[in-house]
Design a protein around this ligand. Structure first.
Ligand SMILES: Cc1cc2nc3c(=O)[nH]c(=O)nc-3n(C[C@H](O)[C@H](O)[C@H](O)COP(=O)(O)O)c2cc1C
Length: 217
């Protein structure tokens, strides 16, 4: 699909057809999009929890109770649901694992190149940790890039999605033991195919005018 068509056709699905499943081969493409998402200094501060069975989606729905119950059916009736998690810290063990992966992937011509990459990356982490004091926000921004890529990628494959910040992150952190893994939950994305009853499917898209959102120099 033309990328503009995909961007214009995608919309936030409010009701899913519970009988329709996204083929596994298409979800594999989405997982590939997520893994290949860019991040500042290749920090990859994310972890993705995937629910594809009714039992797994019921666990995800523990994050959509009470004040967030308006999102519950968007989880339980979807085909697949991904919880986007962010690392609480860019600790040395994580930075080391990135560096070793880059080495295995053939990114360094010699030890000096590897050391330079390690130093540059740590410089950015320390800038956000100590100078700008926004390390958690900086890490979250990286995860949101992956969220955007996944939504556009899904639209391109004809898959409907629902991004959800209306989730109980504390309940989800507890449900999946995220703190023990140095993670917290951030945002959720459901995948599937909309129901006939989805009021949002027929509404026109609404965006600010081009001249309001662009300055062409
Ligand atoms: C980060 C993010 C969080 C959102 N959270 C929710 C949510 O919890 N529940 C929901 O129904 N829609 C949610 N939305 C959908 C937005 O309301 C929607 O993207 C916006 O109104 C634009 O409409 P469109 O996505 O249909 O183009 C969220 C969107 C984004 C990008």
């Amino acid at each position: 699909m033309n990328v503009l068509d995909a961007a214009q056709q995608r919309y936030t699905t409010k009701a899913y057809d519970p009988a329709r499943r996204v083929p596994e081969e298409l979800m594999q493409q989405i997982y590939g999009v997520l893994r290949n998402s860019p991040s500042s200094v290749n920090s990859q501060p994310w972890h993705f929890i995937v629910a594809a069975t009714p039992e797994a989606k019921a666990r995800m729905a523990k994050g959509a109770q009470g004040e967030f119950s308006y999102n519950e059916a968007k989880i339980t009736h979807a085909s697949h649901v991904i919880l986007f998690c962010v690392r609480a810290d860019a600790d040395q063990a994580h930075l080391d694992s990135i560096l070793e992966q880059e080495q295995r992937d053939g990114r360094f011509k010699d030890e000096a190149a590897k050391a330079g990459q390690a130093k540059g990356r740590l410089g950015y982490v320390n800038l956000h940790r100590y100078t700008q004091k926004d390390l958690p926000q900086w890490l979250e921004k990286q995860v949101y890039i992956a969220l955007g890529s996944a939504m556009l990628g899904a639209a391109n494959l004809g898959i409907d999605t629902t991004p959800m910040e209306g989730i109980d992150v504390a309940a989800l952190d507890a449900e999946f033991g995220l703190h023990e893994r140095g993670l917290t939950s951030l945002v959720m994305l459901s995948f599937g195919y909309h129901a006939e009853t989805d009021f949002n499917a027929g509404l026109p898209k609404s965006r600010l005018a081009e001249e309001q959102v662009f300055t062409f120099l």
